[in-house]
Design a protein around this ligand. Sequence first.
Ligand code: UD1
Length: 421
Amino acid sequence: MDKLAIIGGRPLYGRLPISGAKNSALKVMVACLLTDEPLTLTNVPDLADIRQLTALLAQHGVEISRDGNTLTLHAASISSTLAPYDLVRKMRASFNVLGPLLAREGEARVSLPGGCAIGARPVDLHLKAFEALGASIELDEGYVIAKAKGGFRGAKVTFPFVSVGATEHTIMAATLADGETVLDNAAREPEIVDLANCLIAMGANIKGAGTQTITINGVDKLGGTQHMVLPDRIETGSYAMAIGITGGELTLENARADLLGAAISTLIECGIEITETENGLRVKKNGGRIKGADVVTQPYPGFPTDLQAQFMALMATADGSSTIKETIFENRFMHVPELGRMGADIHVDGQVASVRGKPKLKGAQVMATDLRASMSLVLAGLGAEGQTMISRLYHLDRGFEHLEEKLQNVGALVERVRNQN
Ligand code: UD1
């Protein structure tokens, strides 16, 4: 299996392009199932998760072509409403084909999902929302068997807590419903606004995306469109934190400050200078060591759980102590023992990790445990003394486009070592 070798201690300088957001691209790709006309998406990152979803959509009969970062998806007809275990288990976002298949075909059989091992991650909110919209749902040997003969009916859905996936999934289902659907306590992530904008361009009637109440008035038919996926705020935050760890100055091309929510003020508080430029963000370390800061992960616009692991790597070399509370996922501290191998001083008590910063970490052999955790090891390795070897790179390949190339271009000593045991 491939490993990533990093020699730490080099400051990073130059221009680093931020890719399209994986978490947005995955959802707008699924939207192609809602129309028999072609949907063209630009700024789609080339990632394992995207290829995985492409295989699933092809299996449903979608014709897909890729030209660079442009993807055209054409679901002229749906050849199968079955989403098999093998294609759904590796990535949770695949489960979101259920709503569009039901909306268009009135029935679907979709495997329960997989994804990163960061907690139980059930789909009960998705299923309850579909029942409210008139679907009948049965669970049978790991599959959801759902029927909505005659289509969905508009309804009021109040989510008991915020779920990004359930909000997106229900918006898609409601676009073709009969009547009005109102979602309360909806997630407000930028990726939800991006999905809604794409659906609106396809002819949907959606109001309030980006707020906690979203109203969808069903339409008879959606059509094709062209849509550009928004830039990846998690990749942006990760590379901004890299500068906090290594020093130097990067221009994060295409990055948008307005997508970062609470993360931007936290990074500035820690001593990372962030300035908007015409075409992105300039990120610089503001002299001296990074200062410790406390964070609590929250739904957007709070501090994102998807930057928690990377922030912990930053705090591991900060001046002072910090506490990091994870409130979204129950098992998202798997990077802690790995950072510990590099000398980080972190103590976990339930949902809270207490970090005592040290001037330097030491390179070590470490293992990526999930997608964002693997990025925290990369960041720690970039700042550490000596060599860090990261195994289980397939986690990283799911979500960070051209990672080695992007880092090499700004002066990092990073190399993929093929077929290492
Ligand atoms: C999405 C993102 C993921 C991010 C997460 C939170 C994608 C592909 N993934 O995941 O990177 O970390 O948002 O920002 O966009 N839950 C339930 N029942 C449900 C649905 C969710 O209990 O039916 C729980 C989950 O287990 C979790 C919490 O709700 O503890 C939030 O999950 P959710 O917001 O749905 O995350 P995802 O959409 O899976």
